[in-house]
Design a protein around this ligand. Sequence first.
Ligand SMILES: Nc1ncnc2c1ncn2[C@@H]1O[C@H](COP(=O)(O)OP(=O)(O)OP(=O)(O)O)[C@@H](O)[C@H]1O
Ligand SMILES: [Mg+2]
Length: 284
Amino acid sequence: MIEVKNLFHSYKKNDEYAVNDVSFSIAKGEIFGFLGPSGAGKSTTQGILSGLLELQKGSILIEGKARNAYPDKTFFNRIGVGFERPNVYKKLSGYDNLKFHAALYDVKTEDPKILLNMVGLGEEGKKLAGEYSKGMMQRLGFARSMINHPDIWFLDEPTMGLDPSTGNKIKRIIRKRQSEGTTIFLTTHNMFVADELCDRVAFIVDGRIVAMDSPKNLKLKYGQPKVTVEYIEGGKLLSRELGMRDEEKQELEKFIAKHEIKTIHSGEPTLEEIFIKLTGRGLE
Ligand SMILES: Nc1ncnc2c1ncn2[C@@H]1O[C@H](COP(=O)(O)OP(=O)(O)OP(=O)(O)O)[C@@H](O)[C@H]1O
Ligand SMILES: [Mg+2]
């Protein structure tokens, strides 16, 4: 569906690259995630793909055809863009924001009321967007990004700053759209979001992709399964992490035999642990 090859971007048009030789492809109906810390180049990549930033160097094919070969309006009609800072019209109500935005498309659009309900703003539709809280504005921006029923959907940090239950609501909508065939490019520095939602994830740091696979494969390939054992020693409850690789099993058995064990939990490594292992950097 989307094929990106050797993408570079320099804001200063010198040899300082915010995106540095990035290549990846996204299959139709896939949720593909960019996971990386602040300043990694996630939003810049989204900006280039969605047409907000010029394509300086590299190629972007959509269904085998150069993205720039599509007339602007054709492309605009089929994509949805959720920004990291939602740029809603503050002097318009939530409802009017959606109504106004819907009028910009030549394709069938969704009923603003249904979208407002979907993102939990059904009661606040008449309120001015300028009076919305940050999370409400974020949800309005999210609703706006899907008003034209995009078949390619760009989402920049879609759940950032939302409480867990609202975040889950947004995740459910994303999954539903995926099940209807929407192809989704999602950026985040939240490993849980990447893990839960993405079919494949690219780790990005300093403008470069350092690993790319399904969350499960990344864990299998780079992570080490471990066991957390809670035990009593000197009247205190202590805990210890032990490895589960073949060469570590003996140590684990010995440890269990020697101690008064209270609980044993096995756990897989998190994407963040793998990220740190591969890049030496955390995700913040
Ligand atoms: N408009 C701009 N002008 C100049 N440099 C910019 C601009 N926007 C981003 N950059 C730089 O490009 C690099 C990548 O930024 P980008 O916004 O793509 O990162 P990000 O991964 O989205 O980070 P975050 O998680 O903080 O949103 C950073 O070094 C940033 O300072
Ligand atoms: Mg960003």
